[in-house]
Design a protein around this ligand. Structure first.
Ligand code: AMP
Length: 275
């Protein structure tokens, strides 16, 4: 696997690479990232990944400085997963001057759910992803359903700007006890790690109740929030939404997704399940 830290070097190396398939990451790779890369190989001739912890998408009180950086191990894992090229720029290469142009997704998509609790997050994500797309110029790119709202924002950005890129979703990879793999799981103490799968379990119960015909989703959402609170979490939202646009469903709508975000100690966990 070739590693590039400059845009010019990457572009030279990718000339004549055929159909490029791209998996952007912030590193500290786990099986979720690796599964995306393995899945990606079927969608192009040349698999390109990126590793860049994007300051733009972190709030001032968030974990940008402490976000786990494990470059050597990540390179080995990416190479083993079939990566042909890794783009790993530093901040000066990505943002040589403070980024003055941004992609601002509509408030209906960017200020709800994650956006309500992480103001500016989707603006930072959309901006860096558009920039990475412009640098890598892939024909396909993969994003995990673990970050469901992010996947929706990127799909909509690609459609509205008519970018010639197929956006391919990857299923969420979980630990045996149901906890969705995340780089932030490493922040959990042993006790918190044992408690963490509760987020998945409350979402799964809502999914089952909806499938069994329960019409009162607000009651299900409130019940899940109450259980998390009673178990020492600080829930931020548990919400049943339409998969397509994450807006509130009407009665009898199908194609739903239940999403949740909660703090366990100082660690913020998110998860979701399609219904
Ligand atoms: P990140 O490094 O957190 O920005 O994630 C890079 C990509 O991996 C994103 O498309 C994520 O949605 C995806 N991803 C993160 N965790 C998982 C997981 N547990 N299962 C599948 N994909 C994941």
């Amino acid at each position: 696997m070739q590693i590039h830290d400059t845009i010019a070097g990457l572009r030279t190396a990718l000339a004549g690479a055929g159909r490029i398939v791209f998996v952007p990451t912030m590193g500290n790779l786990h099986e979720g990232h690796i599964a995306l890369m393995r899945q990606a190989r079927a969608h192009g001739d040349t698999l390109v990944s990126s590793l860049f912890v994007n300051r733009l998408q972190f709030g001032p009180k968030e974990d940008f400085d402490t976000y786990p950086r494990t470059f050597e191990a990540d390179c080995e894992k990416m190479a083993a997963a079939g990566g042909a090229h890794l783009f790993a720029p530093d901040e000066r290469e990505m943002y040589p001057t403070p980024q003055a142009y941004h992609v601002q997704p509509a408030a209906t998509q960017a200020d709800i759910l994650e956006g309500e609790f992480r103001p500016g997050f989707f603006r930072g994500v959309a901006t860096v992803v558009l920039k990475l797309f412009s640098i890598v110029q892939p024909q396909a790119a993969l994003f995990g359903k673990k970050d469901y709202q992010q996947l929706m924002v990127i799909r909509n950005m690609v459609r509205e700007f008519a970018l010639p890129i197929d956006i391919i979703p990857g299923e969420t990879v979980r630990a045996a006890d149901g906890l969705a793999l995340s780089s932030r799981n490493g922040y959990l103490s042993a006790q918190e790690r044992a408690e963490a799968p509760r987020l998945y379990r409350v979402l799964e119960r809502i999914r089952k109740d909806i499938q069994a015909g329960e019409p009162d989703v607000a009651r299900l959402e409130q019940g899940a929030m109450a259980e998390l609170r009673a178990s020492g979490w600080i829930p931020q939202y548990v919400a049943v939404r339409k998969q397509v646009d994450l807006q509130l469903p009407a009665a009898h709508d199908s194609g739903l997704v239940v999403l949740g975000a909660a703090l366990l100690g100082s660690t913020r966990l998110i998860d979701n399940l399609e219904v």
